[in-house]
Design a protein. Sequence first.
Length: 109
Amino acid sequence: MKFLISVIDTQTRPPHTPREIAAIDAFNEKLVKAGQRVLAIGLESPNDATVVDARGQSIETQSGPLHSTEEFVSGIWIIDVSDHETAMQLAKEGSKACNRKVELRPVIG
């Protein structure tokens, strides 16, 4: 079963400390060794985003995020585990490692 762990951040939080970065690296290494990590990435601020809509006759673009909110996704892990309980445990460990709250969601397909 695949799950998405989204790291929730705010514009006002300071960058990760060296201790947090070391904890994130250790968590990533644990996932790799267990064969559970499919993908792990960080994301730039949503202020750097561009919304693109090419559904109609013309292509419309909008600089900035789709939604203006205080919180945003600043990184993700996609994990492949045997069950929801394992995914929940890893979400807790990921939250602790990066010192941010996270959202756990099953992946379809």
